[in-house]
Design a protein around this ligand. Sequence first.
Ligand SMILES: [Cu+2]
Length: 385
Amino acid sequence: MKSTLAIFAISAILLSGLIYLPGVNMNAYSQAQQAKQITQPIRNLVYVAVEKNLTLPDGTKFHALTWNGTIPGPTVRLTQGDIVHVTIVNPTGNKLIHSFDTHASTISAVPNFGPINPGSSKNFTFVASQPGVFKVHCEGNGVLTMDQHVFSGMVMTMIVDPKNGYTGYTTADGVTGANHTVSPKAKEVAFQFSEYYLDKNGNYDSKAMFNHNATATWINGIPFGYDPIITKTKNATTLFFKVGDHVRFFLLNHGDIPINFHIVGESLDRVTDGSVVAGMGKQTYLLGGSNDAIVDVTFDKPGVYAFVNHDYSSLFKGQAGLIVVDGPDNAISKSLKLKDDSNPSNAIPPVGKDSIPVKTKPYMLGSPLKLTSISSILTKTGKKQ
Ligand SMILES: [Cu+2]
């Protein structure tokens, strides 16, 4: 028994590297371990809490809280296995304490997601170990004001591509009914969903939130932001694709209200939930709060397709938009008098594994901070916490 204990104690000391072993260079061992670790790509990301007033297309002014100036904040594209180093800055001049929680990480919330005072910054590192469409959000001051910060706009997404990329699939052609094979390569769209709860002065209304009575619902920050035709929403723009396009939709619900994702006139060829195929040829897919899915669709016919939350209350409060699918003659765009067929920037994620790039034009709620201004905020006001 004594000898077993002694062997255990010596092994523990050796493993912890507390004593010097003749002939064994512990430093070299540690360097080798580090070298092994940094063969994975390192991504350095900087997020700045920006408190500002914003105006919705219907003229509603409100007190917004944002990441890097827009709602949602910037979408980031990662690959499974990436080492992600995050720096979060709460600039001097802000009134509120902020914090940062990413669902793409598996690290302790304390202290990593803890409060950051105005004039301070924080950083942490994690490995993006799982693929998916992950929510990133402010936790307010130790989660106590998290609802206010999330519903005032402090949300965004990190898309983590599977290490080996996406897979193709077989589906029935919408014209002939015959099966055809779809390549993993796709044009891509990111739709983030949530709600605004505002009083008449543009302040966050917690009573409305507790009653689940949204003032407006949104996709990528803007109620009806992709509908210039039916609701004639100011500055709204549709999405544009071509007949035969395979489109991969990255979906994420930041809100309290479930999303019943449906595309009027199309079927959801394949739905992937986590790393599992959750359905083929579905009409609608349900996303609860903070849930995500990847939906593959091939558009086989020209036309106008509406993507909606098939909950009528949420649909008519803002969660509906239009996709124009044209043949080579662009007849649909022409009939609607739509001249510019570039896609709205807030709906198109950065390119990743198996992306087919599409032309975009700037479109988002709020104006994004430029990288130079982020670094100047860090140097002038950033104080490590
Ligand atoms: Cu915040």
